[in-house]
Design a protein around this ligand. Structure first.
Ligand code: FNR
Length: 182
């Protein structure tokens, strides 16, 4: 049987290094994991006015999350936090009150950055949010990819043996973590 993973990439950029990181992880995972990239770029900006009559695209986001067995968040760091586009999608899927679509689904947070701090602070903020939303998160290994040219390509090929081994270790721990909950 398959394990469905809903993937949130916190960047809409065409050449996003975080999208490449998500593809790299997908490549290293066993076939039983099926990854679905959740589209977050076309969502409206959340307002509590939605709660009485949820917009259809927001309802579809919630359904996608609810149909998943597990979650993977791949986030850039914008000004020492997660990008607003990602927080908006999380806020939408967490509401209306009492219908948090994330509750109880195992997850992990990883990220890539061109900066030396490599998304550590963005991931820490995101962990805080997801803990509140009742997402049991893999603690270790943490994945802070310091991106350099040639490290990851558009198909998720990894240009460094060390990074490949490190990410394989992450994937193995992630799969074991998810299997404790499904
Ligand atoms: C950044 N970047 C960045 N990097 C970082 O390590 N820490 C940070 O706080 C920030 N802040 C920041 C703010 C804004 C508005 C932008 C546009 C960028 C750089 C960032 O890591 C780089 O642009 C990555 O390439 C973004 O990830 P994607 O879009 O390639 O996945």
């Amino acid at each position: 049987s398959t394990i469905k993973v809903a993937v949130f990439v916190g960047s809409l950029r065409k050449e996003s290094i975080n999208k490449k990181l998500a593809l790299a992880v997908e490549r290293l995972a066993p076939k039983e994991l099926v990854f679905e990239h959740v589209p977050i770029g076309g969502l409206p900006l959340y307002t509590q006015d939605f709660d009485g009559d949820y917009p259809p695209e927001c309802g579809r986001l919630k359904q996608t999350v609810e149909a998943a067995d597990a979650l993977l968040f791949v986030t850039p760091e914008y000004n020492r936090s997660m990008p607003g586009v990602l927080k908006n999608a999380i806020d939408i899927a967490s509401r209306p009150w009492g219908t948090n679509s994330f509750a109880g689904k195992p997850g992990a947070v990883i990220g890539a950055s061109v900066g030396a701090t490599g998304t550590a602070l963005a991931q820490q903020h995101l962990r805080n949010v997801l803990a509140y939303l009742d997402v049991p998160l893999l603690g270790q290994p943490e994945v802070f990819i310091h991106f350099k040219d040639g490290l990851l390509d558009d198909q998720g090929h990894i240009g460094s043996e060390g990074t490949q081994k490190f990410l394989q270790g992450f994937v193995d721990r992630y799969v074991a973590w998810v299997k404790r909950f499904v």
